[in-house]
Design a protein around this ligand. Structure first.
Ligand SMILES: C[S@@+](CC[C@H](N)C(=O)[O-])C[C@H]1O[C@@H](n2cnc3c(N)ncnc32)[C@H](O)[C@@H]1O
Length: 271
C-alpha cells in the first residue's frame, strides 16, 4: 500500500475538515471564480474548497488520493445538488488521467504539499493548467508559530525519523523551494507570487476536545500518538498539544475553539 495514501485514509479527516469550512469558503471567494470556469482541486479532501467553487458556478474536478475522502466529497456534493462538482481518486505526483492544458484554475489548499516528489507535483500542476491559467496553493510554513506548523513540529518530536531521502511537506512553505519547483516545470520566476494568509479552525468545544479530534482522526497526529504510546510518552504529547491549542485559542468562550493559522499562499500564472 502506498504510505502516502495509507496516511490519509487512516482515521477520518472529515472530522478536521468540518472545522475548516468558513475559511475554505472565504478563500474561494478570493479566487475570482466565474460561471463555467474549469477548476481542478488537487488534494481536495471532502471538498472544503471544491464545493464552494462549484456553488459559485465553476465546473470542478476534485482529486484526492484517499478513497474515503473521495466518497465523502461525492456525498457532500450530491447532498447539495452540485452536479458540477465531481470527485475522483488520483495522485498529485502522476495525473496521467488528466489532459494537458485542461484547467483554467488549479487549486491545492494544504493538499498537494503532502504528496511525495514535489518536483513531479509542480510539473503535473503546470501541465494540466491552460496557458494564461492560474495555480493557487495554500501551504503551511515550517517553524511558523501558529497552529498547524506547531502541531506537525510537536508530533515530529515523538515520531521516529523519516526514511532517508524523505522531503518534508513543510518545504512547500519555503518560497525558494517553491520557486525552484515551478521554475523546473518551466514557469518564469516573475510568474510566481507569494503572500501570507490566514485560515481559521472553528470547533464547537474546548481546545482539549479539539486535540482529541486530532488524536483520533488526523493521520499524522494518530501516527505520532501510536509512536508515543510505544515509548510511554502519549500523556506528554497530549499535554503538549493541549497547551498549544489552549494558548492559540482566540475564542472568548471557554467552551469553543477558534484558532487562526498562517499559511503561504502561492499564485502561479502559466505562460
Ligand atoms: C490536510 S488535507 C486537506 C484537504 C483539503 N484540501 C482541505 O482543505 O480540507 C490533505 C489532503 O491531501 C490529500 N493528499 C495527500 N497526498 C496526496 C497525493 N499524493 N495526491 C492527491 N491527494 C493527496 C489527502 O488525502 C488529504 O485529503
Amino acid at each position: 500500500m502506498n504510505p502516502n495514501k495509507a496516511l490519509w485514509e487512516k482515521g477520518d479527516f472529515t472530522r478536521i475538515a468540518a472545522t475548516m469550512r468558513e475559511s475554505g469558503a472565504a478563500l474561494v471567494n478570493s479566487f475570482g471564480v466565474t460561471q463555467g470556469l474549469k477548476v481542478l482541486d488537487l488534494g481536495c479532501g471532502d471538498g472544503t474548497t471544491a464545493l464552494p467553487a462549484a456553488a459559485l458556478g465553476a465546473d470542478v474536478l476534485a482529486v484526492d488520493i484517499a478513497e474515503n475522502l473521495v466518497e465523502a466529497g461525492t456525498r457532500r456534493a450530491r447532498e447539495r445538488g452540485l452536479a458540477n462538482c465531481t470527485f475522483q481518486e488520483g495522485d498529485a505526483t502522476d495525473l496521467r488521467q488528466l489532459e494537458d492544458k485542461s484547467f483554467d484554475l488549479v487549486v491545492s489548499i494544504f493538499g498537494a504539499m503532502f504528496a511525495p516528489k514535489p518536483f513531479d507535483v509542480a510539473k503535473e500542476m503546470v501541465r494540466v493548467t491552460r496557458p494564461g491559467g492560474r495555480i493557487v496553493m495554500g501551504n503551511w510554513i515550517p517553524n511558523d508559530p501558529t497552529l498547524v506548523a506547531q502541531i506537525l513540529k510537536t508530533c515530529a518530536a515523538y515520531t521516529p525519523p523519516p526514511p532517508e531521502g524523505f522531503v518534508s511537506p513543510m518545504s512547500w512553505g519555503v518560497e525558494d523551494e517553491v520557486t525552484a519547483r515551478f521554475m523546473a516545470a518551466g514557469v518564469p520566476k516573475d510568474n510566481i507570487a507569494f503572500a501570507r494568509d490566514s485560515f481559521t479552525f472553528n470547533y464547537p468545544g474546548p481546545p482539549s476536545r479539539f486535540v482529541g479530534e486530532f488524536r483520533a482522526y488526523y493521520g499524522p497526529t494518530m501516527n505520532a500518538f501510536a509512536a508515543a504510546e510505544e515509548s510511554g510518552r502519549a500523556d506528554d504529547l497530549q499535554a503538549e498539544l493541549e497547551a498549544l491549542f489552549a494558548s492559540q485559542n482566540a475564542s472568548p468562550s471557554q467552551d469553543a475553539t477558534r484558532i487562526p493559522a498562517t499559511f503561504l499562499r502561492v499564485t502561479v500564472v502559466r505562460e
